[in-house]
Design a protein around this ligand. Structure first.
Ligand SMILES: C[S@@+](CC[C@H](N)C(=O)[O-])C[C@H]1O[C@@H](n2cnc3c(N)ncnc32)[C@H](O)[C@@H]1O
Length: 193
């Protein structure tokens, strides 16, 4: 089945406006300990890139918005701190230890092979670098979201946080997840040295 993202890209562009300065600041504060001014981080499954661009501005760092859907990347804001790369999370076209950090928001549950994607995260982020994943647990309303996404041909593979922490740890990313509103969570981990 064809992915829903090529035809929903204009909607995601509008949805990018849901991110507030506070959202940018909260995520930037989590990444700041890993991503110095002038450093570089990935926004994996970054879509239209509004979140990555906002976080990059606050950090004073470069971001590479990585997405498998060309139509999403078309809307990424033009900014000297922001560049794009068309690629799949499961095979990232970057050398080992290229990034100081990585952000992956509302995208992990869309990846067809999460294990491979996490392995790639651990490879492309430098030892001591940070991995920040924002996603949701398969609870409450998110169960219905998963069913709907599967109907649209997506994996809809939301993970429980303990399961995600185990997966991360298996590839050398040590961290913990903090619960947010509506079953969402924020996982922050460090790539082991
Ligand atoms: C719900 S959108 C989230 C976009 C953005 N991170 C945000 O929070 O606004 C999920 C994104 O993941 C991308 N995606 C899905 N599977 C992917 C994969 N295997 N590799 C890279 N990107 C992928 C989709 O194309 C889409 O842009």
């Amino acid at each position: 089945m064809v992915s829903m993202f090529p035809w929903t890209a204009p909607l995601f562009r509008l949805a990018g406006r849901r991110w507030s300065e506070d959202d940018f600041r909260i995520l930037a504060e989590s990444l700041r300990q890993f991503v110095p001014v002038g450093g570089v981080f990935a926004d994996l499954g970054g879509g239209t890139g509004h979140l990555g661009a906002g976080v990059a501005r606050i950090l004073g760092a470069r971001v590479i918005v990585i997405d498998v859907v060309r139509q999403m990347l078309r809307w990424v804001p033009t900014d000297p701190l922001v560049s794009v790369r068309l690629a799949t999370a499961e095979a990232l076209p970057f050398p080992a230890a290229y990034f100081d950090g990585l952000l992956c928001c509302d995208a992990l549950h869309h990846f067809k092979d999460q294990e491979r994607a996490v392995q790639e995260m651990a490879r492309v982020v430098r030892p001591g670098g940070g991995v920040l994943v924002v996603d949701a647990e398969p609870t409450g309303l998110n169960r219905a979201v998963a069913v709907f996404e599967r109907f649209l041909g997506e994996p809809g593979a939301f993970r429980k946080t303990d399961d995600l922490c185990r997966l991360m740890e298996a590839y050398g990313i040590q961290g913990e997840a903090t619960a947010q509103r509506g079953g969402s969570y924020l996982f922050l981990g460090v790539v082991s040295k």
